[in-house]
Design a protein around this ligand. Structure first.
Ligand code: TMP
Length: 212
């Protein structure tokens, strides 16, 4: 039995990531796949409580933030990601470990080494088959966030923080171009979707060609 595909979706706040998560799921389903969608932080009952702490507490130490992200992730891996992948079901993750590298490692300045230690502690072998990095010029993302009146604790951060996050994401994509695809969302939605389809088709073909 082939294992399910593991696809994640990333990007700075305001990059338009969420719009495309549904489309990715619908496209995979149209190709006969069963799909579950997850989000991080959150995605399990305990994880959603942790999400609430992460996004709405005040005065949280950066290390606490990092550890809570991974606590939420541990729940998600054990309860949702692993069991579904094992059953051949595709998992579309609205954020995974790249977010911790970009936001905590770079944005918060905790460093990549510290975040990688936690990745290794949890599930070093679990990597995505494909990650979409949705990208827009920072000024557009910042404008979109500014329009949101109910900003959470992380969205409240300044432009300097999001510059570091965005640059870190782009650095990861440069280092791992086969896994992480940078998708420009500053254009017609149909153009973005066509590019997503190309990458998904390539992945589906590769999966069909793989030996059982
Ligand atoms: P969301 O708005 O995409 O659901 O993500 C919630 C926030 O959590 C977003 O600002 C990014 C942030 N985040 C991190 O800082 N580190 C992480 O590891 C994850 C998964 C999310």
């Amino acid at each position: 039995m082939k294992k399910g595909l593991f696809i994640s979706v990333e990007g700075i706040d305001g990059a338009g990531k969420s719009t495309h998560v549904n489309f990715i799921c619908e496209y995979l389903e149209s190709k006969g796949k069963t799909v579950v969608v997850t989000r991080e932080p959150g995605g399990t009952p305990l994880g959603e409580q942790i999400r609430n702490l992460l996004l709405h507490s005040t005065n949280m130490h950066h290390n606490t933030e990092l550890l809570l992200m991974f606590a939420s992730r541990q729940e998600l891996i054990e309860k949702i990601i692993f069991p579904n992948l094992k059953d051949g079901i595709c998992v579309v993750a609205d954020r995974f470990v790249d977010a911790s590298l970009a936001y905590q490692g770079a944005g918060r300045g905790l460093g990549m080494a510290k975040v990688k230690q936690l990745i290794n502690l949890l599930e070093p072998g679990l990597t995505t088959d494909l990650t979409f990095l949705f990208n827009v010029p920072l000024s557009i993302a910042v404008n979109r966030i500014a329009k949101n009146r109910n900003k959470d604790r992380i969205e409240e951060e300044n432009e300097d923080f999001f510059t570091k996050v965005q640059n870190a994401y782009l650095d990861i994509a440069k280092a791992q171009p086969d896994r992480m695809k940078v998708i420009n969302t500053n254009r017609l939605k149909s153009e973005t979707r066509n590019e997503i389809i190309q990458h998904l088709d390539y992945l589906l073909d590769k999966q069909n060609d793989a030996p059982l």
